[in-house]
Design a protein around this ligand. Structure first.
Ligand code: C5P
Length: 235
């Protein structure tokens, strides 16, 4: 297979034709923009399985995504999209950088869903950026940003109810979008690497914060998420 790009947690290969690519999940875990790095055997398989279940559920509910088909335990065929250089962060509960920046204790439910934009740039550390800054530097148009926001809110209402059914609080997460055939579609992954997921009864963390914060039991947390999602979806 012809490698097109290797990122921190995935490798992209050339696909079946000019419109598709093969995305392969790696076992590498990174945090702090690559400062902390470790191999966690099984992580790629778990993230692929979780993300595929979520993308299929979203597609069934009218969200356009890049997923074409699942190829193996760790790889998918996806539509090639021109990635919008904006990370869309969605928050239902205060945690992480939001808690630090605004002095709101982790675990505080937010009165409304927060949608934040960050400029996608490893070099600059993905800085938070607002609509008029993004349009000013030509990264996206206001129409595109409005579409990202409304897609994020639709995804949030679908995911919040799915995770609740799975006994999990969806605290916050990151979404990435791309343009393909003139449409904005959901890309990348939705997994415990990109979400904060807490047990609904105990607030036990089942996500990458276990790795970031050296809590141990990373793979066990991801396995629990997969098991509960499968149950919630009847799969
Ligand atoms: O770091 P922060 O608290 O802003 O992260 C918010 C959410 O977005 C977390 O669920 C985190 O896992 C996710 N995120 C991500 N990739 C980034 C930045 C944030 O997956 N580059």
């Amino acid at each position: 297979m012809q490698k097109l790009y290797e990122g921190k947690s995935k490798i992209v290969y050339k696909g079946e034709d000019d419109k598709t690519c093969i995305i392969s999940y790696k076992d590498t875990a990174t945090a702090g923009n690559g400062a902390k790095k470790e191999d966690l055997p099984g992580k790629g398989r778990l993230n692929a399985a979780i993300s595929n279940l979520i993308f299929e559920y979203l597609a069934e509910n009218g969200v356009k995504t890049h997923l074409v088909k699942v190829l193996s335990e760790t790889s998918v065929l996806a539509k090639i999209a021109e990635i919008v250089q904006v990370e869309v962060i969605v928050r239902n509960v205060a945690a992480g950088s939001f808690s630090k920046k605004y002095g709101v204790p982790e675990g505080t439910s937010l009165k409304n869903t927060v949608v934040e934009f960050c400029l996608k740039s490893d070099e600059l550390g993905d800085p938070m950026i607002n609509d008029c800054q993004l349009t000013a530097i030509g990264v996206a148009t206001q129409e595109e940003l409005d579409e990202l926001k409304s897609a994020a809110l639709k995804i949030d209402s679908l995911l919040t109810s799915l995770f609740l059914k799975a006994g999990i609080r969806l605290i916050d997460y990151k979404l990435e979008f791309g343009k393909a055939d003139g449409e904005i579609i959901l890309c990348d992954e939705i997994s415990p690497d990109s979400c904060r997921l807490w047990d609904a009864d105990t607030d036990k963390k089942l996500d990458k914060d276990r790795f970031r914060r050296d809590m141990g039991g990373v793979i066990e947390g991801y396995e629990e998420v997969l098991k509960r999602l499968k149950e919630a979806l009847g799969k």
